[in-house]
Ligand binder design. Sequence first.
Ligand SMILES: C[S@@+](CC[C@H](N)C(=O)[O-])C[C@H]1O[C@@H](n2cnc3c(N)ncnc32)[C@H](O)[C@@H]1O
Length: 390
Amino acid sequence: MPNIQTKALALKPLPFEEGEFKFLLSATRDDKRESLVLTRYRDREFFIRIIQRDKDYLIKYDKLTRPSPVSIIQNALKAFSSAHNLEVTFSNIESKKSQSHFQKSDEYLKDVSYFIDKEFQKEVWIEIGFGSGRHLLYQAKKHPEIDFIGLEIHSPSIEQLIKQCKIQNIQNIKVLKFDARIFLQLLPSNIVGKIFVHFPVPWDKKPHRRVISKAFIDEASRVLKVGGTVELRTDSDNYYNYAYELFNSLNSFELEIRKNREIEISSKYEDRWKRLEKNIYDIIYTNTLHSPPKKQIPKFDFEKFIPFRQAVEKLPQKAVVEKDFFIHFEKAFTIDDKSGILRLSFGSFDMPEHKYLIFNDNKIQYFPYQALPIEQNLKSHKKIEELIYG
Ligand SMILES: C[S@@+](CC[C@H](N)C(=O)[O-])C[C@H]1O[C@@H](n2cnc3c(N)ncnc32)[C@H](O)[C@@H]1O
């Protein structure tokens, strides 16, 4: 990732402009070893990080706010360097080309924000952990009347599926690189016809990482239409027993249990188990209840301003851990007594949010954007307010 190194740096008074970049303000840690420079390019704002090392300065991108494509950062570093007439001792900004494997704006690959408050016109089917994508492609071609969402966390599988969607000109699949344990929370109630969970990772040693959980089944029941199904297919005896217990603990449902059922299309993964003559279990859960609309999550705004120093003094050093969420204030960067920037992580243990909080212009705001509108983040936000206001 782009970075430059220099022996000496005297930061110019801010704000200033250089080419297409505007350098707006800087904030520094108490030990002076690290600063953030808020940088604007067209309508995007992000930080450049300056790290003071023993003998030089490292000036680099900031992971949390990094804009895409990477050329924006490269050019920002060039502009910053030329504005300061830096004597650069190392730079990798010329050599690296833009190297994103896939663009978020791809017609198939969507960012999670695409699904927030989306109104779905057609019935939706979801495949979780689609792997090679064989089953998802088969279903999408067979059911053009359905909108499919494919969830995966493994980038090569996503690239492979998108390639196939393009080759086969598939019109009804949207792909998302996102953790399935969280995703269903974002969908409206009663819109999904089927959720396929085929051969999920059993995680016998880390059961909290399993896709199927009580919270997952509750959300699945909410998003499923009456008659909609969750189809769990697994070769793991342990996972089967675990999921069977969970599904059975629900109030209203129908369960169909099958062993070694032949389905229309089998994945590469399934073929392997079949060759080894392993048993394959299906649990097909049918939702029988119409659910109330999804609970609206309000925007994560701060009702009033409080000077930065005053807030920071009260904040706990250690992570605050509650039953289903946590908050960790990681670093404080001071602009002046009233203003500053906090770096923090919070939210669900499965998919924590990493953000900045900027205290400036008599406002407190998340940066670069708000956290996902899910229950764990709402609880965290309320707790963050409580801790900041004291
Ligand atoms: C054992 S493979 C099965 C793939 C495919 N369903 C099949 O039958 O061949 C499990 C897949 O689930 C994906 N996965 C694991 N945890 C996930 C999660 N929390 N959210 C989305 N996908 C996940 C993995 O990346 C992997 O591709």
